[in-house]
Design a protein around this ligand. Structure first.
Ligand code: SF4
Length: 359
């Protein structure tokens, strides 16, 4: 176990390793800019470093300052986020930028309570930004450090909740030096990412192997315990291409739904097994009517594609559709008739983006 008396040696070994092996990441080039660190940390939630690399520079180029992000239309921000997934993060980032402009004159706050009060920023993100940019002595615990610390201490069980989680946060805080917390936090993240990997950790290359309780007990491959896999569910959905002269009908996915805020073709689930049966499925048509406030009927099949969202394996049928006018009820979704040019500009979910080629 890593005890207080060994922390200095632990940090020295870790930082020596970090000096040679630190990952070169675009958002680390200017760690004095809280905006860049903030955007990168939000992008990195639920997304791999490799994917974020492809988006980060482009996003910062489009919105170089907090002010420019706050003033941008959410559709434009979502368009630059398109493909990164978990779009709620993007909406909260945009909202937080507007709050920083309104409450802090556009300057990212350096007080932990102010930062944690911003939309979309929890304990980890606040700790990462404030330690990396302002060298505040604040701990972090994200996927890499959660796994690393659990192995160092040989903590079993549910690492995200209860006593185990509290113990890991406590360790993450205790291990920090009086100064240089940002560097140490980054070194810990890199060690977790490069050496203490989810599968087959490279203990023979690990600079802190002598401090590791799991290595001593041979538990590296048992901690953290594997999640029981969620049962896969199969679904069929139908999306409609509804045309009016040169325009196409789109809906904006409502708050609380997957892809909230992004645009999509009118789409709903069906129990029907064959495209021929879609036009006779009242559940499908009622749902489409609820979403759009219009009477829509599926017609000829254009194409189908398969995709996965969390535990769902979805077969999506894209069909031509007939619009016979308004239902008289208010639509659940915002709807818009768009031109081909607008289809390119608006933020679409990933499957709708693939379907655009058939419009
Ligand atoms: Fe991870 Fe192995 Fe290092 Fe322990 S010794 S921290 S299990 S890489």
């Amino acid at each position: 176990m890593v005890t207080a008396g060994l922390f200095t040696s632990f940090r020295r070994k870790l930082l020596r390793w970090y000096g040679k092996h630190a990952r070169s990441l675009p958002w680390r080039e200017d760690v004095a800019d809280p905006y860049c660190v903030w955007v990168s940390e939000i992008m990195l939630q639920q997304t791999t470093t490799q994917t974020v690399r492809r988006y980060f520079d482009r996003f910062i180029k489009a919105f170089p300052t907090i002010q420019s992000l706050a003033e941008a239309d959410l559709d434009l921000v979502n368009r630059h986020w398109e493909g990164l997934g978990y779009y709620r993060r993007c909406a909260l980032l945009h909202k937080a930028a507007q709050e920083i402009v309104a409450r802090f004159n556009g300057v990212f706050p350096d007080n932990v309570d102010d930062v944690r009060g911003l939309p979309g920023i929890g304990r980890y993100t606040a700790g990462a930004i404030l330690s990396i940019v302002f060298d505040q002595r604040l701990p972090i615990l994200e996927a890499n450090t959660l796994r690393l610390h659990a192995r160092l201490l040989a903590v079993r069980g549910d690492l995200l909740h209860g006593g185990a989680n509290a113990r890991l946060w406590e360790f993450a805080e205790t291990i920090l030096p009086r100064t240089g917390s940002g560097k140490l936090n980054q070194a810990l993240m890199d060690l977790g990412s490069l050496v203490c990997t989810p599968k087959s950790p490279k203990c023979s290359e690990c600079p802190v192997v002598t401090f590791c309780e799991s290595a001593k007990q041979g538990l590296q491959n048992e901690i953290p315990s594997l999640k029981t896999k969620e049962q896969t569910e199969y679904r069929t959905e139908v999306a409609l291409l509804i045309r009016k002269k040169t325009k196409t009908l789109l809906i904006r996915s409502p708050e609380g739904e997957r892809w909230a805020g992004l645009w999509d073709f009118p789409r709903a689930g069906t129990e029907a097994e064959l495209p021929l049966m879609f036009a006779k499925d009242p559940v499908l048509q009622n749902r489409l009517a609820e979403l759009t406030g219009r009477k829509l009927t599926p017609g000829r099949l254009i194409c189908s594609l398969k995709h996965a969202v969390t535990k769902y394996r979805i077969t999506l049928f894209f069909c031509e559709g007939m619009d016979t006018g308004k239902t008289g009820n208010t639509a659940l979704c915002e709807t818009r008739w768009v031109t081909a040019a607008e289809l390119q500009e608006l933020p679409l979910n990933s499957t709708a983006r693939k379907l655009v080629q058939f419009v």
